[in-house]
Design a binder for this molecule. Structure first.
Ligand SMILES: [Zn+2]
Length: 108
């Protein structure tokens, strides 16, 4: 289960079903919905990747990334883009991957 980061105060590690942030009381219901949708898109992307539907996989990774800048979405997009090869957008995904990596290691 992934966790949420409060959009208001930046508190991390909140349970995905939290109704509100325990620190600042910011409502998290909508955020949790977006987060859940982002994960569904990521899972679709992964399934399509396994089936070899690279273009579709990449499209779902893109939707997932748009909903939530998660490392898993960046990884799925990166792998799909690399597998597509040629003029694909793998450099973009590489940057996104680096971005999520930096954030994961940075101060929270
Ligand atoms: Zn908060």
């Amino acid at each position: 289960m992934s966790t949420l980061t409060c959009p208001a105060c930046g508190k991390t590690g909140l349970a995905e079903d939290s109704a509100a942030c325990p620190r600042c009381s910011c409502e998290l219901g909508e955020l949790a919905k977006v987060s859940g949708a982002a994960r569904e898109e990521f899972q679709k992307s992964l399934r399509l990747l396994r089936q070899g539907s690279l273009g579709e996989s990449l499209a779902h990774a893109e939707v997932s990334w748009t909903l939530r800048h998660s490392r898993e979405a960046a990884q799925a997009g990166f792998v799909a883009a690399i597998a597509l090869g040629g003029s694909s957008s793998w450099r973009l995904w590489e940057r996104r991957l680096a971005e999520t990596g930096l954030r994961a290691n940075g101060p929270s």
